[in-house]
Design a protein around this ligand. Sequence first.
Ligand code: ADP
Length: 514
Amino acid sequence: MTLEKAIARFEDVVGPEHVLRGERMGEFRDPFQPEGWEDHLPSAVVQPETVEQIQEIVRVAAQWSVPLWTNSQGRNNGYGGAGPRLSGSVTVNLRRMNRILEIEDELCYALVEPGVSFLQLDGALRDGGHPLTLSVPDIGWGSLVGNSLEHGITYLKYGQDFMAPCGLEVVTADGEVLRTGMGGVPGSRTWNLYRRGLGPSLDQLFMQSNFGIVTKMGIWLQPQPEVIMPVTVTVPREEDIVPLADTLRRLLLDGTIAGVPCMYNTPSAAAMVTQRSDWYDGDGPMPEAVLDRIGRELGIGRWIARISLWGDGPVVDHRYAKIQQAFGAIPGATVTGKRTTPAGARELEHPSDRVAAGVPSLDLQMMAGWRAGARGGHMDFAPVIALDGAELLRFLRTFRPMVEAAGLDFKSAIMAVSERSAVYVSGANFGFDDEEQARLVYDTMQRLVTEAGKLGYGNYRAHLSVMDVAADQFSFNDHAYLRFVERLKDAVDPQGVFAPGKQGIWPASRRRPR
Ligand code: ADP
């Protein structure tokens, strides 16, 4: 009953047409979860338009102890989409708050509300004639805020080490509004320019956590370069991941390459432009001979690396020559660069080359359909691993058999998120009309997260259904990390209103015995 009373109050706050229930909230779930599963469903979706409305929603939720789940666009697909961790939560969706508050050409940043998507900001930069480039993720419909708060990966300069966000505005559980970093100074002139404050710095505390609702964020952009060049390297054998990754690391460390280069294995790269059934119909994992054939016919080898170069023409040419020489030393490797301009990049044929050049689109949604087309989903296991060839190969040799034993293809995408570390995303695809297959993938992912933990690897991000298990791996000194975070949670959100269970952080009233 308290839930219904709270929802009636939410209707007063935002207007009844902006509180969705029943079929109207149909899309606010995990789009890849089989229809009948009820693990991550909201009881209502509230779509506020202003910070004041959010403050009021939070006060009402605290009064009635109603759990809220916040998302921005709500397209966190592969990790649970728009679904809440705790079924029955009221989802606060911020799509209506989609104003671009500032674009600064000289200092190269923007200030945005949570609903602003990569596609929207890219459009505004072009329409306004701003000489700026945005670093974008694979699929452009997500929001800058939602993607950044989840440490989502983008590929240009500020994608490295997740450097793009700078300065947050946050509604806290008592309904107050705070600004992080230099934003704490009234009339701050450097809120979105300097990443820290006087200390301690709070931005990270509101990322991958459940301590507040972010209502504004600064985002760094880079000046439009004269030349941009997506470069593709292919290698013919699986074990070539060793020289491929080691060469990449050296070129990152010496400054030849910047941003976030990636390496995709054959099924992962093939999924960008084809479906599994185009190559193989069998139930088990794809045989080696099929993988070799795909590699040859699509010209992607057994690994393909995607690298972006940008800058003045001669600088790009010099870097490209160094890259050609370095990767050319790997037997059987090919290196191809597509020299273009920011405007020309929009016409590049391969969606992956466009993403590498900062052009957002929805084309790479195709990758979710590897196994079942439009009725296909994926779930990702995403540990962080050293950017070291021998270690990556060891990892592959350990985890590939586990995935294949479950009858699944081992799809790998390795993003070099820094000069020293990579996120090793191993997605498993399934048809979500096939509950048995979906269950198999869920169980397999759970197992991989646990096995990785035993070997000293933590995940950088986790699907709703494996969040607790992923958090459990950070267990050094009897879970000192989580125990500290729980103390913070109890202090800043005593009613446990915000996103119970997010990243394994539960409010005291719902905490599991450890
Ligand atoms: P996207 O906009 O890229 O689709 P989501 O909106 O799905 O991303 O957000 C991803 C996750 O980030 C959410 O599940 C939620 O945990 C968190 N999140 C998103 N937006 C906010 C926000 N404005 N405040 C607090 N947490 C948020």
